[in-house]
Each structure stands twice: as structure tokens, then as C-alpha cells.
Design a protein around this ligand. Structure first.
Ligand code: SF4
Length: 326
């Protein structure tokens, strides 16, 4: 492991100052420490942020729910306000990683966790994300786990988070603190598709810290849930997943929020599926008709063509499940 300096911050401004001078934030350490051991990440300094006061789950302005960035995945998953109002978030968290990791990993870190592409983690492989301009070993390699949506000729890695898929479906907003003060950004705008610059994974400014995430109030009345399809039932990343949130008024679907995981270079909102649902009365056949739009724009690779029908079926099954509760 590359030698590094360790510093523990007690205030947010102190942590931000350290990050501005080049330190990497560390909280649960469930991504960064692995990558440092594998020499994929070689920071000269890390700033420990676990003592910062960012561990609250509380009501926020206009009825939204605030989840502090240092709340662990396990705490968020089991909190009554999350479980009661946003089952899709609880279910996505409980489908993630292992119980041990969920006790350590934080919500903020989960959103910024780095891809599980095995070529990214193998420092002998070509990888534009790890080393810009070096190529992409996955394009002509073994790409069964890789993305089919939002891909580019530079990178086809999936975003690994489950809960980010649920948050994107609900239109959640991240709260940020940097040297210029605070700002807010929809999560869907924070995470970047690879394009020709896959090493740029997010829209954070230099030294900026995620301090929390807010789920808007209007989504708390939605019936919602998360379905994850994976090779084994525990401690495995998604092949496909679907976060679904629906609301019915006067017998018609008035709100439909649908996003997919395991298939996109970022958590992927399925707007074509949503459009096929809004205004409709639930009926036999509606869910499968809408789910057919899930793969619009998909670009499969040699080994992951199976994700096309799997994604359609995942979305259909979760729409059927949630639609049945309306
Ligand atoms: Fe690297 Fe992306 Fe290619 Fe994986 S898919 S090898 S992360 S450039």
C-alpha cells in the first residue's frame, strides 16, 4: 500500500479544507481501503470524517426526509421513517452487500462507491477510468456484468449502488458543502455517464463533501419497492434491478417513478416506462406493455445480451408487485 498521512476532522470546514489540499475523505472505508490495498487508489493523505455531525435522520423543509451522509446503510434501512414512507429505499439497502458491510458503510459513501468492473481493480489491465487514455479491457474482454445503458466507447462499467437507484427513482437531492459554501444537486445530476471522460464520475467540485440526502415529501405517499436480480441471494451485485414507485388517484396512475440498476453506467431512470404508465388504469397486461420500454436505447456487449430480456422481466415483475398493492 502506498504510504499516506491520516488526519481525523472534527468539523465539516476542517474536513473540506483537508480535501481541498488533496486529502481523500474516508468514512466506513468499505470501498477506499480495498482500492488502496490493491493500489488502484494511492492517496497521500486521507481525512477521517466519521466524527462529523452528519448522522441524523430527520424531517426536513417542506416535509422532505433528510438522511445524514454518515448514517450507516443498516441504520437507514431500519429507521421507521425510511421503512414506513420509502420502502423502496429500505429494500434497496437490505439487498446490498452483507450485514457486516451495511453496519460500516455510509449513505454518502455508498453513492460515490467506485465501479466493481474487475479490470478497473486489476492494475495490469487497460482501463480508461483508472488511467485515462489507456483503453478499456472490458470492451473486448469478459463483459457479462457490464452496462447496456449509458455506455460509451471509452467505458461500459455499471454503477454498483442499489440505494442510488431507489433515490434516483424518488428524485432525491444531495446536499453538498464545499469551500464556497453549501449547495444542492439532484442525485441524477451528481453522477456522470462516462462519455469520453470515464475518470470523471461525479459533478463534485474540488474538496466538496456530501453532507446528506433529501427525499422529497411528495414521494412518501407512493407505493414502492425494489427488486434485485443477482447470481446469488447475498453479497452480490445486481445483474438487473428495478425501483418502482406508483400512485393512483381516481383509479388512474398519476405518478410513476421507475429506475433500473445493474444495467446503467449510472442509476438509470426509465422515463419511457413511466410515460407508458401515467394516465392509465391498472389492468391485466399494462405492466408487461410498459416494461417493454425498459431497454430503449440499450447497447449490449458480447456477453451481456441476456440483460435485455432480464431487465424487461425484472421491471414487469416489480410493476406487477407494486401495482397489485394500489
Ligand atoms: Fe475501465 Fe470502464 Fe473499461 Fe471497466 S469498463 S475497464 S472501468 S474503462
Amino acid at each position: 500500500m502506498h504510504p499516506f498521512a491520516y488526519h481525523s476532522a472534527t468539523t465539516v470546514p476542517e474536513a473540506v479544507r483537508a480535501a481541498v489540499r488533496g486529502a481523500r475523505y474516508i468514512a466506513g472505508g468499505t470501498t477506499l481501503v480495498d482500492l488502496m490495498r490493491e493500489t488502484v487508489e494511492r492517496p497521500d493523505e486521507v481525512v477521517d470524517i466519521t466524527a462529523l455531525p452528519l448522522k441524523e435522520i430527520r424531517p426536513a423543509k417542506d416535509g422532505a426526509l433528510h438522511i445524514g451522509a454518515l448514517v450507516t446503510m443498516a441504520e437507514a434501512a431500519t429507521h421507521p421513517a425510511v421503512r414506513g414512507r420509502y420502502p423502496v429505499v429500505s429494500q434497496a439497502l437490505e439487498a446490498s452487500a452483507s450485514a457486516q458491510l451495511r453496519n460500516m458503510a455510509t449513505i454518502g459513501g455508498n453513492l460515490l462507491q467506485r465501479t466493481r468492473c474487475f479490470y478497473f481493480r486489476d492494475v495490469s489491465a487497460a482501463c480508461n477510468k483508472r488511467q485515462p487514455g489507456s483503453g478499456c479491457a472490458a470492451l473486448g474482454g469478459y463483459n457479462r456484468m457490464h452496462a447496456i445503458l449509458g455506455v460509451s466507447d471509452s467505458c461500459v462499467a455499471t454503477h454498483p449502488s442499489d440505494v442510488a437507484v431507489a433515490f434516483v427513482a424518488l428524485g432525491a437531492v444531495v446536499q453538498l458543502r464545499g469551500r464556497d459554501g453549501e449547495r444542492r444537486l439532484p442525485l441524477a445530476e451528481l453522477l456522470l455517464k462516462p462519455g469520453s471522460t470515464p475518470h470523471r464520475e461525479h459533478a463534485l467540485k474540488e474538496g466538496e463533501l456530501i453532507t446528506g440526502i433529501e427525499i422529497p415529501a411528495h414521494t412518501r405517499s407512493l407505493a414502492s419497492g425494489y427488486l434485485k436480480v443477482r447470481d446469488r441471494q447475498s453479497y452480490e451485485f445486481a445483474l438487473t434491478s428495478a425501483a418502482v414507485a406508483l400512485h393512483l388517484t381516481g383509479g388512474r396512475i398519476t405518478t410513476a417513478r421507475v429506475a433500473a440498476g445493474g444495467v446503467g453506467t449510472v442509476p438509470w431512470r426509465l422515463e419511457a416506462v413511466e410515460e407508458a404508465l401515467v394516465g392509465q388504469r391498472p389492468r391485466p397486461g399494462l405492466w408487461s406493455e410498459a416494461a417493454r420500454h425498459a431497454t430503449r436505447g440499450a447497447r449490449p456487449l458480447q456477453h451481456n445480451r441476456f440483460k435485455l430480456p432480464l431487465l424487461t422481466r425484472t421491471v414487469e415483475r416489480q410493476l406487477t408487485e407494486i401495482g397489485g398493492t394500489l
